[in-house]
Design a protein around this ligand. Structure first.
Ligand SMILES: Nc1ncnc2c1ncn2[C@@H]1O[C@H](COP(=O)(O)OP(=O)(O)OP(=O)(O)O)[C@@H](O)[C@H]1O
Length: 272
């Protein structure tokens, strides 16, 4: 799955020297990372290591105190979130962000908002254009409902379906935006093994069939090693390992960060 060394045109996202503080707390201390086009890139690390903050910097929610973010060669540092979205970035959230009281279909349709741009000329020819636009939105929504196998529950209120399916609806909503770069923040949180395998399949298919570069934050290391091409491991806002998943997450610094020093020594067969 992983690809050879990349030239600059193969780079989807490049972050250099990203720093971000909250008061006296340095959440990110000069983070560098590069994501190649069409890869599945994993960002991992213990709780509080700065993963969500990194994504918030990349998507414009938190401006960095220092550093630069480039997406497909364009500088998007400090760009507003809605403009980052228009550059082809879609995102799912750690905690489900679906609209209760609305159907699965309507929640997914909302993902098209990034492509809905009313204009003066558009208003003038409203009936013709609006109808044509509506059809185009419906077409992509139906395509994604099929792709994500959500036909049977399309009219259900979103709050009555199980958590695993809600996560799938959230992924569908992100995909109808037709992103070039998709960020998934813990897409498998709260899922059982079968649900995890199912969603992993959809993520791989989205990359392969819809030409999306995928950036995933995930705590389940079995998933990370199964689907990611490259990973970066953060700890206290610093990169402590990077590279191919199995090699990176078994580095002694990473084992120590997750398990603590004594447990890591036991893990390595050392003295407890
Ligand atoms: N808005 C904020 N205000 C103050 N501190 C924050 C804020 N957001 C994050 N932090 C702090 O920054 C550090 C990194 O948090 P972050 O949520 O990025 O970590 P994480 O790796 O995503 O953690 P988790 O795996 O638990 O989601 C933590 O110490 C956190 O308390």
């Amino acid at each position: 799955m992983s690809r050879g060394r990349a030239g600059s045109s193969d780079i989807a996202l490049s972050c250099r020297g990203i720093e971000r503080s909250f008061g006296g707390l340095k959440a990110l201390k000069g983070v560098d990372l590069k994501v190649r086009r069409s890869e599945i890139f994993g960002l991992v690390g213990p709780n509080g290591s700065g993963k969500t903050t990194m994504v918030n910097v990349m998507t414009g929610f938190y401006p960095p105190n220092a550093g630069q973010v480039e997406l497909f060669g364009r500088d998007i540092t400090r760009m507003a979130p809605h403009k980052v979205a228009r550059c082809g970035v879609a995102r799912t959230f750690q905690n489900l962000a679906l609209f209760k009281g609305m159907s699965v279909l309507d929640n997914i349709l909302l993902g098209r908002h990034v492509h809905m741009r009313p204009s003066a000329l558009g208003s003038l020819f409203y009936w013709v254009w609006a109808e044509r636009e509506e059809l185009a939105h419906r077409r992509i929504v139906e395509e994604i409902i099929d792709f994500m196998q959500l036909q049977d529950i399309r009219n259900e209120p979103v709050e009555v379906i199980p958590m695993g399916l809600q996560k799938r609806v959230e992924l569908a909503r992100a995909l109808v935006a037709e992103p070039r770069f998709l960020i998934l923040d813990e897409p498998m949180a709260g899922m059982n093994q079968e649900e995890k395998e199912y969603i992993a399949r959809f993520i791989l298919d989205a990359r392969d069939e819809r030409d999306v570069t995928i950036f995933i934050i995930e705590h389940h290391m079995d998933v990370v090693t199964a689907i990611c091409d490259q990973v970066v491991v953060l700890c206290y806002g610093e990169v402590i390992a990077e590279g191919e998943p199995v090699a990176a997450i078994t580095e002694p610094r990473v084992v120590k960060a997750y398990l603590g020093e004594r447990a890591a020594a036991r893990h390595a067969g050392g003295v407890s």
